[in-house]
Ligand binder design. Structure first.
Ligand SMILES: [Zn+2]
Length: 197
């Protein structure tokens, strides 16, 4: 991605000042004077998911032992909803089934992929898809299947006090996780255990 020009940055700074004025504030007030620049710097980080240079390199290894057992990973994610540009965040639970004739994922890279894909304007469903697509590409589609479940709290719901406390769960299954109900149940049972520790 090409870096932003001064002209672009000036335009965004002005736009942010306009927004601050619009919500009823004074962009010249001391506490707000540097806010547009702070927001611009923060966006570099929380929207790095549009920057190809920041794309995590996913290590894969030859599946020398012909592993085909489910591999799990879980962690936290933070993203911004594309409808209101407010945070949604929570836990992800991930599993995949290595292809005995394929390659295996450096599992520590899953968290980076989640972080990278989350650093965009997102929907929880789309985030799940982006993560699986990126990992699937890294394995060149040679995988038994993927499972991911995202639990999230959406500030656009909780802050406005509507519906179910803003909690939402989204899951996505591919390959054998999609076709084999038993495997899916095993995943759900394991992440239920993970959620309690
Ligand atoms: Zn929203």
């Amino acid at each position: 991605m090409k870096s932003k020009t001064d002209k672009e940055i000036n335009e965004v700074r002005e736009a942010l000042r306009t927004i601050i004025r619009y919500i009823g504030e004074d962009p010249e007030r001391e506490g707000l004077m540097d806010t547009p620049d702070r927001i611009i710097r923060m966006w570099d980080e929380i929207f790095r998911g549009y920057n190809e240079d920041k794309k995590p390199r996913i290590t894969t290894f030859k599946n020398t032992n012909r592993e085909s057992e489910i591999v799990y990973d879980s962690g936290e994610y933070y993203s911004m909803c594309e409808h209101h540009v407010l945070p949604f965040f929570g836990k992800y639970y991930f599993a995949y089934l290595p292809d005995p004739d394929g390659r295996i994922l450096g599992i520590s890279k899953v968290a980076r992929v989640v972080g990278y894909c989350a650093a965009r304007l997102q929907l929880q469903e789309k985030l799940a898809e982006d993560i699986i697509n990126m990992l699937n590409d890294a394995l060149k589609g040679k995988v038994g299947g993927f499972a991911i479940l995202l639990r999230g709290k959406h500030l656009c719901k909780t802050m406005r006090g509507v519906r179910n406390n803003g909690e939402m769960s989204v899951s996505l299954y591919t390959g054998q996780f999609k076709t084999n109900r038993q495997l899916r149940l095993e995943f759900l049972k394991t992440i239920d255990v993970l959620a309690k520790v």
